[in-house]
Write a protein that binds this ligand. Structure first.
Ligand code: HEC
Length: 240
């Protein structure tokens, strides 16, 4: 799936702004890929599966613009200038994107914002990462963050044997994340049980911590505000 997205990027370089079979513009594929990588940690956009809550929900923001009679090309223009000139002293950073990259992202947001339904074909495949189950081996439980930038681990479930377990998080997304663990099955909400251990919050790298676990159910999750609520958590079952 990820390969499909990268393939799209390579094709984009070769044939510029041409439409693919089925009428999908490759700048949309490139734009969606870059949106997930650079924007999804802070913004919600349903078609991109983006669930960030730091900035405004872009479906809601632009549903209002569409209702006020603005067209999708105007939305594209608003997004382009927001990327180019984020408010001074605001939370949104000035990102190191080329004019072309900003235009592709804006084209995708202009296309996708507040548009009912789901992306299909090659565009639908962008950002989709196959879900796996993590299994502890020789005392090590290895978990990865979604490499495309979505607020998720690739494993929604994990299993381990009771005893000392080293939990390792690999983060290649460029988005700040960590992994923490607490007893119980509290899902997306902060449970009442204490945090048993966690790695540091970093945008890239491999970090781990070791805990002694009894048989039972635990929840692992990201401690960056808003990430757990967006779905960045999973359930660990420990067997005796
Ligand atoms: C670190 C979090 C963060 C990232 C990353 C980020 N934004 Fe934002 N964005 C915000 C916040 C917060 C605002 C509200 C204005 C402010 O505080 O700067 C905002 C405002 C916006 C707005 C204006 C929405 C409105 O209602 O007027 C748009 C459009 C936007 N961002 C698009 C993007 C795009 C596209 C990207 C990726 C290239 C992106 N943002 C990356 C946090 C972020």
């Amino acid at each position: 799936m990820l390969l499909g997205a990268l393939g799209g990027v390579i094709v984009a370089v070769l044939i510029g702004g041409c439409a693919l079979k089925g009428g999908q513009d490759i700048s949309l594929i490139q734009g969606k890929t870059l949106f997930i990588k650079n924007c999804a940690s802070c913004h919600t956009l349903a078609r991109a599966d983006a669930k960030g809550v730091v900035g405004p929900n872009l479906d809601w923001a632009f549903a209002a613009s569409l209702q006020d009679g603005q067209g999708r090309s105007e939305i594209k223009g608003i997004v382009e200038s927001q990327i180019e000139y984020p408010a001074i002293g605001g939370v949104m950073p000035k990102l190191p994107l080329t004019t072309r990259e900003a235009a592709d992202i804006a084209a995708y947001v202009g296309y996708a914002a507040a548009r009912p339904g789901k992306d299909t074909g090659l565009l639908g495949a962008v950002g989709q990462v196959q879900s796996v189950s993590a299994v502890e081996k020789n005392g090590v439980l290895a978990i990865e963050t979604n490499p495309t930038g979505q607020l998720a681990y690739t494993a929604k479930t994990a299993t381990a044997t009771a005893g000392k377990v080293t939990i390792t998080l690999t983060n290649k997304s460029g988005v700040p994340h960590n992994i923490a663990i607490q007893a119980g099955n509290s899902g997306a909400t902060q449970g009442s049980t204490p945090v048993l251990g966690h790695t540091p919050i970093t945008p890239n790298g491999v970090h781990s911590f070791t805990v002694t676990l009894k048989a039972g159910v635990y929840t692992y999750y990201c401690q960056v505000p808003g990430h757990r609520e967006a779905g960045m958590w999973g359930t660990l079952t420990v067997k005796s």
